[in-house]
Design a protein around this ligand. Structure first.
Ligand code: GLV
Length: 389
């Protein structure tokens, strides 16, 4: 058999052109987070110093989630892992998952649950650019009495912000576990887990927290944990076993121990990112995201662009979806921003593909200076790519 030769590409040094990441995540990490990550090569997850880092991260997450939940921890994988872990640990074949389908994330959750033989009950919003009404969710819950309701708080595929008011009460009335996806929304809109009666809340490191990609952060209420403890069958995934991972993080009264090796550097960076939020204060971080988002929305309108989500109260502050105007080459527009200005914005995703650009207002990047840089660059890109057609 022919020997595989060493690839020539790897004998050259790596060259990365840094961009200003103004898409729906990842956002750029601050120098503080980058340094913390870089200095983590001399520590392992079994070191008592790392156990303190686990505890700091858990405390930081309890603060940003506004919860007292004991079972609050991270899974080192993308935000999807929190969804997949919830499906594998809460649901068993034959159980019902209920979900709104008004963007990519409800579709993904439905697909995950149906892969393990669950029934899926769904509700849709009147249009892709609107949230689902409370009454529609209430009917879904009361009609199907699902084991789990998945609600996407901020849908990054459409830029819609979903109100969570009242859902906790309806879910607890019928014994449904309420799971909220705050991957894109956390820190750009308030999500107070305990006050809202949310049983499972999750986010990801690379969005408004501005840490490196690769960590799903999750918290579970005692009700959610009891449902896992009382299941008839073992969760299908060992790697994503919530009791196993949370115990290894020192939750539930367990000493820290080995479950699998976490992404050490990324968790050290996440600790620093949480420390920055703690220093600045949760309310001011949320307020600053909203202020910069508002400046960008006003600027986009001045450029003659139309927001995909017409009602400004329904807009997710951290991901602004903008309709691609007629007569503009959408891909050339994004290419121009990238090559001339080193600014990345995203195209649509899932059901919004081909119809919108998505602009991220996230974490370290949510500044007035970046808003100006983006709007100036977009003005030029619109000018150039209109005449290109
Ligand atoms: C990923 O989360 C995306 O919205 O692109």
């Amino acid at each position: 058999m022919e020997t595989i030769q060493p690839p020539k590409s790897l004998s050259k040094g790596i060259k990365i052109r840094n961009r200003l990441l103004l898409g729906p995540g990842p956002s750029n990490v601050s120098d503080r987070v980058a340094h913390a990550t870089a200095f983590s090569s001399g520590i392992s997850h079994i070191d008592p110093q790392f156990h303190e880092i686990f505890e700091d991260v858990k405390d930081g997450l309890r603060y940003v989630f506004q919860t007292k939940n004991e079972t609050t921890f991270c899974i080192t994988a993308s935000g999807h892992a929190a969804m997949e872990a919830t499906v594998a640990n809460i649901l068993e074949s034959g159980d019902t998952l209920a979900t709104g389908i008004n963007g990519l994330w409800g579709q993904r959750m439905a697909a995950m649950a149906s892969r393990i033989g669950c029934k899926v009950a769904t509700v849709q919003s009147k249009s892709l650019s609107e949230p689902i009404e409370f009454e529609a969710y209430e009917k879904l819950i009361r009609d199907h009495r699902p084991k789990l309701l998945y609600v996407c708080h901020g849908d990054s595929s459409t830029g819609v912000l979903q109100s969570l008011d009242g859902l906790g009460k309806v879910c607890s009335d019928v014994g449904t576990i309420l799971m909220v996806d705050a991957v894109a929304s956390l820190l750009s809109a308030p999500v107070e887990m305990d006050k809202l009666g949310i049983d499972i809340l999750f986010t990801a490191s690379q969005k408004c927290l501005s840490a490196h990609a690769g960590v799903a952060c999750i918290s579970l209420s005692e009700r959610a944990m009891d449902s896992i403890r009382n299941r008839k069958t073992k969760p299908s995934s060992l790697y994503l076993d919530i009791i196993g991972i949370s115990n290894s993080w020192g939750c539930n009264g367990c000493p820290h121990h080995y479950h699998s090796t976490p992404a050490i550097a990324v968790i050290v960076g996440l600790r620093e990112a949480l420390a920055i939020v703690v220093e600045r204060g949760l309310d001011s971080v949320v307020r600053e995201h909203q202020e910069v988002s508002r400046v960008i929305q006003n600027g986009l309108e001045k450029l003659g662009l139309e927001m995909f989500v017409a009602n400004s109260h329904h807009r997710l502050p951290s991901v602004l979806s903008v309709k691609i105007p007629k007569g503009v080459d959408a891909n050339a527009f994004r290419r121009h921003l990238l090559t001339k200005y080193d600014i990345e914005v995203a195209g649509g995703l899932g059901p919004s593909a081909g119809t919108v650009w998505r602009i991220g207002v996230m974490g370290h990047n949510a500044t007035h200076a970046n808003a100006k840089k983006l709007l100036d660059a977009m003005k030029d890109a619109l000018h150039v790519t209109k005449s290109n057609l």
